[in-house]
Every structure is written in structure tokens, then in C-alpha cells.
Design a binder for this molecule. Structure first.
Ligand code: GAL
Length: 321
């Protein structure tokens, strides 16, 4: 058998031979299996002419897809695990809304899988976060509703589960100018008071948070809609900061625009030492369904993550445990 590989930027087929639809996604590792959740965008892309100040393109919402894998190379489509509500135009999950950047974490005390996601109106003016819950990683997820954490805007976001089970929502707020770090309640279904405003007035979004050797890391993008821009990493001793900004973690051709991609998640690979994968989206804004994925290994220079472009790679770049 030939060694399977990752081919960043190329079409990635699932085990049934269909292109994977899991954009703006994240990974959950649960009982030996990886689950990849993301936006299913298998509908035509439309330009939203009512919005004049930025190039708004959208697809009607289909829902959140889930794929499962034993090895990170081969992904089985588990279907749409959070579905739309087509009959109620006012519902957050109506196809006319915005449902983006799903992230799922497992709650060890309640035994539930909890999904957090960006919920918005078609014009991105509602700026809220939504929560859904399931007994199984492959759903179905039951939608619990949306809210603005402590009354504040929440657009691009992620959730990060720390080593002792405490979890945090990182969300772009104040019209995307400043990022907030807000703790989740013990059951992960609501938030507490925001603990920190970070990257104040720096307009960062697309947060990907991870922990290594006791340090917290975050990779973000700038705010240019579907168009690529330069990534930035930062490191801290606590989730609340202070966050020390580092240089662009990307290296090589097109590193100044994150290889045409935008960050969405970073996760540790089980069974390997010091092994992290950076996940990003190459948005095809005229045909969002045909957006591509970039998965690249992260290496470290001291406490600075470094992400180099590779046309093709496999997990042997990492050292076994
Ligand atoms: C980006 C954001 C994406 C999507 C897009 C819409 O800034 O990261 O998740 O919301 O804008 O144009």
C-alpha cells in the first residue's frame, strides 16, 4: 500500500470519493478517533449586492458536516450533524443565515459533546455565538440557541479546552477590532464574564488556540473577509495573557498571505512527540464550495511556532512518542 499523504491546497476526497465539505473547521480527538467538523458549503455562491462596503459573498446554509478518521488521512462522511431549519426564516439555522466556524469539545463531567459556532444574520450584523449539544460525536446535535456573550459582539471564534477541563471562548468583538477571552461554564453551555480583551484595536480574527509545554499559543489572521492576509502568532503563560505577539509563523512561498489561506484550528497529533497540525482554509470566494484545505505541520523555534509550506507530507515528519 502506498503511504497516504496530505496535499495542502488540493482537492481532498472523503472515503466515498466526494470532496470533503468541512470549511472553517476544527478537530475533536475522542476515544481513538478524529472528528472533523466544518461548514458544508455545497450550494452556489452569491454576491450580496446590498452590502456595499465589503465584498460579501455567501452560500445558503446547509449545516455543519462531520467526518471521522482513524489516521487523519482517510475521512468518512458522517453527514450533516447540525441541520438547518428551512421552515422558519427567523431561526438562527435558517438557510438565509450565517453559521460558521464550528468547534466541538467533549465535557468530561456531563458526557456531552458541545458545539460552539458563529451565528449571524445574512449581513453579519447580529454577531452572536451559538451552542449545540449531542450525546455522540457524530450527532445529531440539538441546537440550544445563540447569544452575545455578556452583550458583546462575537464573530470569528474558537473554543479551547485546557488540561483540567476548563474551556474558553476566544471571539472577535468590538466590530472585530479586539478579541475577547471568555470562560465557558462548567457544563460548556454558557459563558461567564469576559476575562481579557486581547490584541486591542489590532483587528485579528480566525483564532486557533493550542497549548504546548505549559505555554498557550494563538494563531490569528487579519480581517480581510474571504481574502488572505498575513498570519500572526502570540504566546502566553495564561489564556488571559499577557499575550506576547510574535512574527508571522509562516515561511516560504506566499508566507506573507498564509499560503492564500486563513487559520481555523491547530491540534496535537496523538502518538507523536511535540506534533501539531495547522489547519487553514483557502477560500474560493466566487465558489465557496470549492474552497480548499491547508494542513501543515507546526515546528517550534523555542516558543515560536513555524509553519513551512509543503506540497505533500505525511506524519513521519513528526517523531514518534
Ligand atoms: C472572514 C471570516 C470567515 C467569514 C468571512 C465572510 O473574515 O474569517 O469566517 O466570515 O469573513 O466574508
Amino acid at each position: 500500500m502506498t503511504q497516504p499523504t496530505f496535499k495542502p491546497g488540493q482537492i481532498w476526497l472523503d472515503t466515498a470519493g466526494k470532496p470533503i465539505q468541512a470549511h472553517g473547521g476544527g478537530i475533536l480527538f475522542d476515544k481513538g478517533t478524529y472528528y472533523w467538523y466544518g461548514e458544508n458549503r455545497e450550494t452556489p455562491t452569491r454576491k450580496i449586492h446590498e452590502i456595499a462596503d465589503w465584498d460579501c459573498k455567501r452560500t445558503d446554509v446547509i449545516g455543519i458536516s462531520c467526518y471521522s478518521s482513524p489516521d487523519l488521512y482517510h475521512w468518512k462522511n458522517e453527514g450533516v450533524v447540525l441541520t438547518t431549519i428551512p421552515d422558519d426564516p427567523a431561526h438562527d439555522l435558517h438557510p438565509s443565515k450565517v453559521v460558521e466556524r464550528p468547534k466541538v469539545i467533549y465535557n468530561d463531567s456531563t458526557g456531552k459533546y458541545v458545539m460552539w459556532l458563529h451565528i449571524d444574520t445574512w449581513d453579519y450584523k447580529y454577531a452572536a455565538t451559538g451552542v449545540a449539544i449531542s450525546d455522540n460525536p457524530t450527532g445529531p446535535f440539538r441546537y440550544l440557541g445563540s447569544f452575545k456573550p455578556n452583550g458583546a459582539d462575537s464573530r470569528d471564534m474558537t473554543v479551547f479546552k485546557d488540561s483540567r477541563g476548563e474551556a474558553y471562548l476566544f471571539h472577535s468583538s468590538e466590530w472585530n477590532k479586539t478579541m475577547y477571552v471568555t470562560p465557558l461554564a462548567d457544563d460548556y453551555l454558557s459563558t461567564g464574564k469576559t476575562l481579557a480583551r486581547i490584541f486591542i484595536d489590532q483587528s485579528r480574527e480566525a483564532p486557533a488556540v493550542f497549548k504546548r509545554n505549559g505555554k498557550y499559543h494563538i494563531i490569528t489572521s487579519g480581517c480581510t473577509g474571504w481574502d488572505p492576509n498575513q498570519a500572526q502568532s502570540a504566546v502566553a503563560d495564561a489564556v488571559t495573557g499577557p499575550w506576547e505577539t510574535q512574527e508571522n509563523p509562516c515561511r516560504g512561498k506566499d508566507a506573507a498571505i498564509t499560503f492564500y489561506a486563513q487559520s481555523t484550528f491547530v491540534f496535537p497529533v496523538a502518538g507523536y512527540k511535540d506534533a501539531y497540525i495547522f489547519m487553514a482554509d483557502i477560500w474560493n470566494k466566487d465558489d465557496l464550495e470549492n474552497s480548499r484545505y491547508v494542513w501543515l505541520p507546526v515546528r517550534f523555534e523555542g516558543d515560536s511556532p513555524v509553519i513551512e509550506w509543503r506540497d505533500e507530507w505525511d506524519l513521519s515528519v513528526f517523531n514518534s512518542d
